[in-house]
Design a protein around this ligand. Structure first.
Ligand SMILES: Cc1cc2nc3c(=O)[nH]c(=O)nc-3n(C[C@H](O)[C@H](O)[C@H](O)COP(=O)(O)OP(=O)(O)OC[C@H]3O[C@@H](n4cnc5c(N)ncnc54)[C@H](O)[C@@H]3O)c2cc1C
Length: 303
């Protein structure tokens, strides 16, 4: 990533990492409740399969046979799919822009292990000290661009985060929760087993065990304390967010792969009138601040 982005990482040494005390879902719930209070109609579990335009202007969306008219359409999902799959008239974009959107790299994926531990708040705190811990243990030969490296997760550094150290109410009495994460190469080992379900489960299990072994350097006897374990691969994140390759945070963080001219700016406007980007994809490196910034700019634009 660009060297200046390390500034944010350095701040976390002094301030730890900011998060939502009651968990990210609680924040989504607050936003949804307020949206409904303002008279908004929230339709969940419904895939928008078309962004409709008339004379080059966005006029609504479609979900199968249901058509919704709108003064503005705010795209809140994957940028590539918005323009390459959902837009009803692809020719509204120049061929050059279509190619740029198709070719530009997205942010790297991540592999996460979710653990429920039979360790009390104080026992886990004794080892972790603070909720977020980065354990830099990169081994020789580690290469994020090498999707064929079977030993990738053996070599990768890990990040540990305990939501229950942030807020004990997020785990049952006497227990604690822990996430262990490693950045993952694009489409590791033929995109996690080339579509073979059994192979996928096996690779997921292997990567999970590797990360648990590493985390034991920080929390000895971790394996013995595990009561629940599950993991999310980039394919899992893709299933939930619909982001290309399970992109964690919009476009690539590599300064050599810029989609936008300026890394820090928020770009909500699109070549299609009344179609705005209201998600993390309005910013090169996305994230929660990028998503909030984009939504705020959309509100200002619509007035
Ligand atoms: C494991 C992980 C860790 C992260 N850690 C951090 C962090 O520490 N700090 C940080 O700032 N950011 C972090 N991020 C990134 C951050 O979570 C995202 O950038 C941010 O949540 C994006 O918000 P959003 O509203 O733009 O999109 P999302 O939260 O992805 O929401 C988009 C929603 O739109 C839905 N959708 C997409 N297409 C359609 C469609 N056609 N029809 C209907 N629905 C659709 C998706 O299903 C999804 O629910 C992390 C991401 C991951 C995956």
């Amino acid at each position: 990533m660009a060297a200046w982005l390390m500034g944010g990482a350095i701040v976390t040494i002094f301030e730890d990492y900011w998060t939502i005390k009651n968990g990210m879902q609680s924040w989504a719930d607050v936003l949804a409740a307020q949206f409904k209070n303002f008279g908004g109609e929230l339709i969940l579990n419904t895939y928008v399969d078309k962004i409709r335009t008339r004379d080059g202007v966005a006029v609504g969306v479609s979900c199968k046979d249901n058509h919704y008219d709108a003064d503005f359409v705010i795209a809140a999902g994957d940028y590539k799919k918005t323009f390459l799959k959902l837009l009803d008239t692809p020719s509204l974009l120049s061929a050059g822009l279509r190619e740029k959107i198709a070719k530009n790299a997205v942010s790297e994926g991540i592999f996460t292990v979710y653990l429920g531990l039979n360790l009390s708040h104080d026992q886990l705190k004794y080892h972790l000290k603070i909720p977020h811990v980065m354990y830099f243990d990169a081994q020789p030969g580690l290469d994020i661009h090498n999707s064929a490296d079977e030993k990738y997760f053996e070599k990768a550094s890990i990040i540990l985060y305990s939501p229950s150290l942030m807020n004990p109410a997020l785990a049952p009495e006497g227990k604690s929760s822990l996430m262990v994460q490693a950045v993952a190469p694009y489409r590791w080992l033929n995109n996690w087993g080339g579509g073979n379900r059994q192979m996928y489960q096996q690779l997921k299990e292997e990567a999970m065990n590797k990360l648990i072994q590493k985390a034991a350097f920080v929390i000895p006897d971790l394996s013995a304390a595990i009561e629940f374990k599950d993991a999310a691969t980039p394919l899992t994140y893709e299933r939930y967010t619909l982001n290309t390759d399970g992109a964690t945070s919009a476009w690539s963080w590599n300064p050599k792969n810029k989609f936008y001219k300026n890394f820090g700016n928020i770009y909500v406007d699109t070549p299609i009138k009344n179609l705005l980007i209201g998600s993390c994809w309005a910013n090169q490196i996305g994230g929660v601040p990028g998503a909030i910034g984009a939504a705020y700019q959309c509100v200002k634009r619509i007035g």
